[in-house]
Design a protein around this ligand. Structure first.
Ligand SMILES: Nc1ncnc2c1ncn2[C@@H]1O[C@H](COP(=O)(O)OP(=O)(O)OP(=O)(O)O)[C@@H](O)[C@H]1O
Ligand code: SF4
Ligand SMILES: [Mg+2]
Length: 379
């Protein structure tokens, strides 16, 4: 009864009031027709809001009495991308490929091992906690688990009002009024200001998390799997809410998700990660229509297609083997142990992320849907 499909376009948007009447079975298990949401594109050539260069995070592995470092988990290992103002960058990839670590690095919740993070042209990579504080107003994070990310001993008012206190900001009309306004905006009852998180459903808790992230009117929101812990029937409502808030407040999003249907719906551009690397970065439609990286092609082949004819035409690619360990990733192209196209060069030389088509960057020596690329062509 309460099932609700993630809408294909803004016009198809399902309102909370209509929840329950919409057809479909939750977030689409489909490869939607070209389109997705309709929205104003960020101006081409706009200065990036966020730029990440060579970003890396290696978690040390220590052993013995002296806790000597014996290795490192190469969770993120040299990634480059930028996010334009007003756009949504989706980030996809299998579990353990470094998506959350990347999210925590760009919000400076983790200290990078290498590379740089620039926000509005300013290098913020190694800013101290004190110097980061004013920037925390502009960069906020929404977490995956609306159960563990909210302090059960605090009321909703305290949780959503905390950013004001932390930043020493007194909004016009006072904190309580501001918080109630935000609660209302995210679809919660402002009268519930004094209630505790356990009194809310999963979807409502995620709205509280969104309200907290919105409190100081940030410029960038990094959302790590914002809907994957939610009941399928609720996912579309939260996706719609994020979409509306973006339009209303001119927000820029980095949305991490493993569900390709969700990513397709929300993103303007998509970064595909594999074992700590970005292997493809492209605008949404190019990526879904003609992926260049074999890994992206394999991911896309797993997205169900509603159209029987297209379904028959499309070959499902089953990747062999498991994702290798990020402690000792394969040499050369990290995907070579599972790639059906791997050659000698793939095993020895790492492919750089290059723009092979306008707006579509790929790290592969033998990309799909493109003339075969020999290593010498890319020097
Ligand atoms: N604090 C940490 N210490 C050591 N290793 C870590 C730490 N955090 C993450 N890792 C490791 O880094 C790798 C990347 O983890 P990360 O959580 O970023 O992946 P993910 O893509 O978000 O996965 P998922 O889709 O399961 O959330 C994993 O191998 C993980 O075990
Ligand atoms: S570089 Fe080689 S192994 Fe890596 S994805 Fe491309 S073809 Fe496959
Ligand atoms: Mg994660």
């Amino acid at each position: 009864m309460k099932d609700e499909a993630v809408p294909e376009t803004k016009a198809d948007k399902v309102t909370d009031a209509a929840a329950g009447t919409a057809a479909g079975g939750g977030v689409p298990t489909t490869d939607p027709a070209p389109g997705g949401r309709l929205r104003k594109k960020p101006a081409a050539g706009a200065e990036p809001l966020l730029r990440v260069s060579g970003l890396a995070k290696h978690f040390p592995i220590r052993k013995g009495l002296l806790q000597r470092q014996v290795g490192a988990v190469q969770a993120v290992d040299g990634i480059d991308f930028e996010v334009l103002p007003g756009e949504t960058l989706g980030v996809v990839g299998e579990s353990g490929c470094g998506k959350s670590t990347m999210g925590r690095l760009i919000t400076r919740l983790l200290e990078p091992t290498g590379g740089t993070v620039e926000f509005q042209g300013r290098d913020i990579t190694h800013l101290s906690t004190g110097r980061m504080r004013p920037l925390r107003r502009d960069v906020q994070m929404i977490f995956q688990d609306p159960y563990s990310s909210l302090n059960p001993r605090h009321t909703v008012g305290t949780i959503v009002g905390a950013p004001f206190k932390l930043q020493n900001v007194t909004p016009e009309g006072g904190v309580k009024r501001a918080v109630q306004g935000i609660l209302e905006r995210v679809g919660l009852n402002p009268e519930h200001y004094n209630r505790y998180p356990h009194e809310f459903s999963g979807g409502q808790r995620q709205r509280i998390g969104i309200a907290r992230a919105l409190a100081l009117q940030p410029k960038l929101i990094v959302a790590d799997e914002p809907v994957s812990a939610l009941d399928v029937s609720i996912q579309a409502q939260v996706v719609n809410l994020l979409d509306d808030l973006q339009q209303e407040f001119g927000l820029t999003y980095v949305i991490i998700a493993h569900d390709l249907s969700v990513v397709r719906h929300v993103s303007d551009r998509i970064a595909v990660m594999y074992l700590g690397k970005v292997v493809e970065l492209a605008d949404r439609d190019s990526l879904y229509r003609a992926p260049l990286h074999p890994y992206t092609k394999a991911l896309m082949s797993a997205v169900p297609v509603p159209d029987t004819k297209r379904r028959q035409q499309r070959e499902r690619i089953l990747l062999k083997g498991d994702v290798p360990s990020p402690i000792a990733p394969p040499a050369g192209c990290r995907f070579h142990t599972r790639c059906w196209k791997a050659t000698e060069v793939c095993r020895t030389k790492e492919p750089p992320l290059l723009e092979l088509k306008p707006g579509q960057r790929t790290a592969c020596w033998h990309p799909e849907n493109a003339p075969d690329q020999a290593p010498d062509d890319t020097k």
